[in-house]
Design a protein around this ligand. Structure first.
Ligand code: FES
Ligand code: FES
Length: 170
């Protein structure tokens, strides 16, 4: 634990945390009030983590924590100490320079307009398909119910999930 007294502000406590982010350990001194979403965006430079409502409603900030979808605006970075976090940036295959099948499917079905919600949908889809590799349309709707898109009408998003499921089955 140390303190930060920049800008003459009252000294605030900080805590050292180490989080495995997209496979790499990241150690940082953070204030206990720093949200996980802000840690990922500003300390790790992962702007694919979007912040919409900051109230756990929209799902734009969805990442995977220890393999489960989590809304990163609803937890603090200190709570992720020692955890493995995967963001949308961790999905593409760097070695082969290829997108993850879910990203590919979203691209192919034009499952986005403004794209603000997309990384959250992609990460939620990842957990959905890991748990249920061949979901029905109803199960897809249910599985993505925690994510809100304001501009696609969802049809193409659901089609993208079906397409990704097929691709991942092969
Ligand atoms: S920004 Fe986290 S749920 Fe909306
Ligand atoms: S693509 Fe615009 S909010 Fe979803």
């Amino acid at each position: 634990m140390s303190t930060d007294s920049t800008d003459g502000a009252a000294e605030r406590p900080t805590e050292e945390i180490t989080v495995i982010v997209n496979g790499e350990p990241v150690t940082a001194e953070v204030e206990p009030r720093l949200k996980l979403s802000d840690f990922l965006r500003y300390e790790c430079d992962l702007h694919g983590v979007r912040v919409g409502c900051e109230h756990g409603v929209c799902g734009a900030c969805t990442v995977q924590q220890d393999g489960r979808s989590t809304k990163s605006c609803l937890s603090y970075a200190v709570q992720a100490d020692g955890a493995e976090i995967e963001t949308v940036e961790g999905l593409a295959e760097e070695e082969t320079d290829s997108l993850h099948p879910i990203q590919e499917a979203f691209h192919e079905t034009h499952a986005l307009q403004c794209g603000f919600c997309t990384s959250g949908f992609v990460m939620a889809t990842k957990e959905l398909l890991e748990e249920n590799p061949d979901p029905t349309r109803e199960e897809i709707e249910e599985g993505l119910a925690d994510n809100i898109c304001r501009c696609t009408g969802y049809q193409n998003i659901y089609e993208a999930v079906e397409r990704a499921a097929d691709a991942m089955e092969d």
